[in-house]
Write a protein that binds this ligand. Structure first.
Ligand code: HEM
Length: 505
């Protein structure tokens, strides 16, 4: 008899085989009780497998497409389980309107990303994007919004900053005239410079190597953190105990934090409480006011995480949208021609575009909205969590359930859009050619957690896009293949790399 069997017999009076069976039985029982329906009238979903739940039935390579297939069978409010973690996926305009707008607070919480604790996200120190719904989030969100507004009213308005950067961007594009080039880096630098000038008080040259490093770290964050492993492992509390995992998956974020800490240090050394130069200075002023206040949200950790939020959320999203925008101009030359005509008519070739022009330019405005709708860059938004028990479409969802708001299913809802799977700017025009606001345009989400940077993003999209099209016409370079219209899914939907040829108009 082996040693194990002898020990079993000694302690439990049974052999290894019996113990094995008993142990497996208990595990299965435990698994069953964890996986069985969470509550009465809980949303339906595919039957889950022992231990892994629905993990193997979900297509992580293209989550929202996988969800679309499952909704055919289980409906627009559908439940899944990832291991033992309950998840509800919301789909379609009607459902999302109820959830994000009418029951906004019920689903305003965020799930905990346990591995982030190792990076310093904990308790009330989670800045805005990943913060739980509650007073610290409210305070920081309100402060961030009002500071962005105040900085825009200072010596240089936000509109002036964006307009000025659009000028630099045009100069950089012009230096490539006649050549075939990838516009990615230039667009990324221009967009990021806007957020940098607001948060750090400075913009960077297009060939600044240190800055380009920071931008590529930002892109690496998207790619490394969107993998199945970090997303799934982060759902479990024990993952916060394994520093090595965080180092493996979050290295780009750790390096970005180091870079941002250097910028904060430089600010601390030159800080003058009577002269607020930028967002960091404004935050440090709040920290000074809060000195001695127990558990204030205005502390060094939240300063770091908030500027990281602004930098990450504000750069990749707008850049990706503009990349899609130029790509669609290559693929749809007729649309490009009409935008050119409207610019010539309303602004002319020499005056700089301003936000006041939007009202006179329904076609260009419709094109920008359609770029966002069709490109659908954040198909699954940022995960939410129920803040309290709620009902959606009559289904009961208890507090603490992870909610995926499938924005893609709204932006391409077949019940709402005339041509959901085509690039069709007329979606946003009425019969008289006037701009038509559409409720189902939820590219920035909606409700309590709606994108904090929506106004800034709209301004950037209009001014960058219009300034570029005022100055240039865009073509597919001779000998280059037509750009691909299908996306690369890395949680965001990015375009495949493509080359462009610009000609001054
Ligand atoms: C085209 C550009 C952009 C798009 C499509 C976009 C979209 C989104 C979406 C879908 C969300 C998630 C909302 C939710 O959880 O329901 C979000 C959140 C957020 N966005 Fe944006 N965004 C863009 C630009 C920006 C910019 C420029 C900034 C910064 C200035 C920004 C800052 C944020 C922040 C801080 C949040 C978290 C809000 C919260 O949790 O309270 N975004 N955005």
């Amino acid at each position: 008899m082996g040693l194990l069997s002898q020990l079993c017999s000694f302690f439990f009076g049974c052999n290894v085989f019996t113990l094995g069976i008993t142990f497996t039985f208990f595990l299965l029982l435990l698994d069953y009780t964890k996986r069985r329906n969470i509550a009465k009238n809980y949303p339906p979903g595919p039957p889950s497998k022992p231990f892994v739940g629905n993990l193997l039935q979900v297509n992580f390579r293209n989550l929202h497409i996988g969800f679309k297939q499952l909704t055919k069978q289980y409906g627009n409010v559908m439940s899944l389980q990832v291991f033992w973690k309950p998840v509800v996926v919301l789909n379609g305009f009607e459902v999302m309107k109820e959830a994000l707008i009418q029951k906004s607070e019920d689903i305003a919480d965020r799930p905990k990303i346990h591995m982030f604790e190792i990076l310093g996200f904990s308790g009330n120190n989670k800045a805005v994007v990943f913060a739980n719904y509650g007073q610290p989030w409210k305070d920081l969100r309100r402060f961030t919004l009002s500071t962005l507004r105040d900085l825009g009213m200072g010596k240089k308005s936000l509109e002036e900053r964006v307009g000025e950067e659009a000028g630099y961007l045009c100069a950089a594009f012009q230096s490539h005239q006649g050549c075939s080039f990838d516009p990615h880096v230039l667009l990324n630098t221009a967009v990021s410079n806007v957020i940098c000038s607001i948060t750090f008080g400075e913009r960077f040259e297009y060939d600044d190597q240190k800055f380009q490093k920071l931008l590529s770290l930002n892109e690496e964050i998207v790619k490394s953190e969107s993998g199945t492993m970090p997303q799934v492992l982060s759902l479990f509390p024990w993952s916060s105990k394994f520093r090595v995992l965080a180092k493996l998956f979050f290295q780009p974020r750790i390096r970005m934090f180091e870079y941002l800490k250097e910028i904060i240090n430089e600010h601390q050394q030159t800080w003058d409480s009577g002269n607020t130069r930028d967002f960091i200075d404004a935050f440090m002023l709040e920290m000074k006011k809060a000195k001695g206040v127990k558990d204030s949200n205005f502390n060094e950790q939240n300063l770091l995480l908030t500027i990281a939020d602004l930098f990450s959320a504000g750069t990749e999203t707008t850049t990706t949208t503009l990349r899609w925008g130029l790509l669609f101009m290559l693929l749809y030359p007729n649309v490009q021609r009409k935008v050119h005509e409207e610019i010539d008519q309303v602004i002319g070739r020499t005056r700089k575009p301003t936000m006041a022009d939007v009202l006179q330019m329904p076609y260009t405005n419709a094109v920008i909205h359609e770029i966002q709708r069709y490109a659908d860059i954040i198909p699954l938004s940022v995960p939410h969590m129920t803040y309290r028990d709620t009902h959606i479409q009559g289904f009961f969802i208890p507090k603490g359930v992870l909610i995926m708001t499938n924005l893609s299913s709204v932006l391409k809802d077949e019940k709402v859009w005339e041509k959901p799977f085509h690039f069709y700017p007329e979606h946003f025009l009425d019969n008289d050619g006037k701009f038509l606001k559409r409720e189902a345009f939820m590219a920035f989400s909606a409700g309590r957690r709606v994108c904090l940077g929506e106004q800034l993003a709209r301004m950037e999209l209009f001014l960058f896009f219009t300034t570029l099209l005022q100055r240039f016409s865009f073509q597919i370079p001779n000998g280059e293949p037509s750009p691909r219209e299908d996306p690369v899914f890395v949680y965001l939907q990015l375009p495949h790399d493509y080359k462009i040829c610009v000609e001054v108009r």
